[in-house]
Design a protein around this ligand. Structure first.
Ligand code: ADP
Length: 259
């Protein structure tokens, strides 16, 4: 509504980019960034020209997850060149600002930083740009959701009730600004023992699926809690590219097909 009208008006579009999709979560630590990266890699794996924008400026994780140690170069037109990794064009505030520098952002700074990463980066032609949003549903997130011309949003949640309550807030935030919610992904759905392969439903099971049904949005898939998913990310070589034939990589590629 008018109370939330974007200052300056107009939604930010990126020329040459067909769809911008936000990956969001109601709170931190549910695996939003891990999911965003592997989903982007899953899209690239099925032939979609994909970009990845790390807008999680409170805790940018792309430098580590994609082992990017170099700084982006500038173009003649004073734009920054995205850094290419594993077939993705990527940009992160973490490429520009030192990872150890504490960053205290206010809402307006968050949205202007994101605006710059959309406008002042030479993204080129892309089918999809995946945006890893800052976690939560505060003013900064709401502003992003309404300022950027999003084709849709994907919500990542764990099966725990408390995370689902937050996921619902995320969904309502996107609905408020008329961004279609493409669906919910359940992360850490169940624990898969790396030694014996046994499956344990430590947080209960099916919570996000039920929630998605209740809320009338698609359920996009469930990702297990598995050591390989964390270690490959920490090594800067996420599971979809590190183990392309693993069942986990397949889950992300299946989800990529559905969004
Ligand atoms: P968020 O972006 O929601 O804060 P992250 O993606 O940074 O969360 O994930 C938090 C931690 O959990 C990271 O160490 C990550 O490697 C790990 N993690 C995320 N998803 C999984 C998973 N499915 N299996 C194992 N570890 C995971």
């Amino acid at each position: 509504g008018p109370a939330h009208a974007a200052p300056g008006g107009g939604r930010i579009e990126v020329p040459g980019v067909k769809h911008i999709i936000a990956v969001a979560s109601g709170k931190g630590g549910v695996g939003k960034s891990t999911t965003a990266v592997n989903l982007a890699l899953g899209l690239a794996a099925i032939g979609v020209r994909t970009g990845l924008l790390d807008a999680d400026i409170y805790g940018p994780s792309m430098p580590r997850m994609l082992s990017v140690h170099e700084k982006p170069e500038s173009t003649d037109s004073k734009q920054l060149k995205p850094i290419e990794r594993y077939g993705l064009r990527t940009m992160s505030i973490g490429y520009i600002v030192n990872e150890d520098t504490p960053m205290i952002w206010r809402g307006p700074m968050v949205s202007s930083a994101l605006e710059q990463m959309l406008r002042d980066v030479q993204w080129g032609d892309l089918d999809v740009m995946v945006v890893d949003m800052p976690p939560g549903t505060g003013d900064a997130q709401l502003t992003l959701a309404q300022r950027v011309a999003l084709s849709g949003a994907v919500i990542v949640s764990t099966p725990q009730d408390i995370a689902l309550v937050d996921a619902r807030k995320g969904l309502n935030m996107f609905r408020k600004v008329a961004v279609p919610v493409l669906g919910i992904i359940e992360n850490m759905s169940y624990f898969l023992c790396p030694k014996c392969g046994e499956r344990s439903e430590i947080f209960g099971h099916g919570g996000a699926h039920e929630e998605a049904d209740k809320l009338g949005v698609p359920f996009l898939g469930e990702i297990p809690l598995h050591l390989d998913i964390r270690t490959t990310s920490d090594e800067g070589h996420p599971i979809v590219v590190a183990r392309p034939d693993s069942p986990h990589a397949k889950v992300y590629k299946d989800i990529a097909q559905r969004v």
